[in-house]
Design a protein. Structure first.
Length: 317
């Protein structure tokens, strides 16, 4: 395994600095698939099954993780600290679900049709913000609508400096449009509801000669919906030299403990809050509320405040 190959897989000084002196000869593997009882990882783009110590819980690992293993036995030694972690909060007493690790950019996919939903996009943006990843909204099916720019304007209004790209997920033009986030050593993950073209976009981005692309289900013409047939998260090489993680199952998100993620998403509300008369103002009914004053003045979208309030309540619950 060469120094160049691990860098192509996303290895950099953040991970190198975590190695102790006696770990230099261990294999550095990047997890490319997590199963109920086993893990597989990439070394120099070749896949190996990792031998797991007794009582190892694979739920503690995510696609994109970096682990160390003994080169002769392939026995797992330890997992390195993550730069970023996408994790899905579960309702009730169910454990948090790890989605993907060490992701640089999260492509939030929506389509330019009846599936387009601002409240849903805000959930994905809060999800990305909380994980420390850079969100990019990718609007698919831009080739079948009269005015894709209207969808772009609406999406771009959701968060400051938010990148929005409208494209045809089946076209090679999508590779060009998204190239700046897909370079060598970079990692992107893709989320979005069923039928918006997530797996189609993965198929377009992956390099020729990589492992079999994701299967996609046929979209029903009458309601723009589809049956998602991807069954497991996995890491795929992209034509641009980076890596992409498809995330089947993350079609809806339960918000929990996403304070900073929501604060960044709703920055226009967060920045007004210190001007409220009461420190614990809920921006609902209190006198002297700067947020309500901005709504009354027409400088703040009341629908944004309503959605902010709903997500705040859900996050605290």
């Amino acid at each position: 395994m060469t120094h160049v190959s691990v860098r192509q897989l996303g290895w950099d000084s953040f991970f190198e600095d975590q190695l102790a002196g006696n770990e230099a000869e261990l294999w550095r593997l990047r997890i490319d698939a997590v199963h109920r009882r086993r893990l597989t990882g990439l070394v120099d783009t070749e896949q190996f099954e990792i031998d797991l110590p007794p009582r190892t819980d694979t739920a503690d690992y995510a696609v994109g993780d970096w682990v160390l293993a003994h080169p002769l036995t392939k026995m797992l030694y330890r997992r390195l600290d993550r730069r970023t972690l996408l994790q899905r909060a579960a309702e009730g007493k169910r454990p948090t679900q790890l989605v993907a690790a060490n992701v640089d950019t999260l492509f939030v996919v929506a389509s330019c049709n009846t599936d387009f939903n601002l409240a849903r996009l805000e959930r994905y943006l809060a999800f990305a913000n909380d994980a420390g990843t850079n969100p990019v909204i990718v609007l698919t099916k831009a080739d079948v609508v009269d005015d894709a720019q209207d969808f772009e304007r609406q999406a771009a209004s959701l968060q400051r400096d938010l990148a929005v790209v409208a494209t045809n997920a089946r076209s090679a033009d999508a590779v060009v449009a998204l190239r700046s986030w897909c370079g060598a050593g970079s990692t992107v993950a893709i989320v979005g509801s069923s039928g918006v073209g997530k797996s189609t976009l993965v198929n377009t981005l992956v390099a020729s000669g990589s492992r079999l692309p994701q299967r996609t289900g046929r979209v029903r013409e009458n309601d723009s919906k589809g049956r998602h047939t991807t069954t497991a998260r996995s890491l795929h090489a992209m034509a641009g030299g980076g890596w992409v993680i498809d995330t089947p199952g993350v079609r809806s998100l339960h918000m929990k403990d996403l304070g900073q993620g929501l604060d960044f998403l709703f920055a226009e509300i967060t920045e007004l809050a210190p001007s409220c008369k009461f420190r614990n103002c809920t921006h609902d009914h209190e006198p002297g509320c700067a947020v309500l004053a901005a709504v009354a003045a027409g400088t703040l979208d009341p629908d944004r405040v309503t959605r902010w309030r709903k997500l705040q309540i859900e996050s605290r619950g």
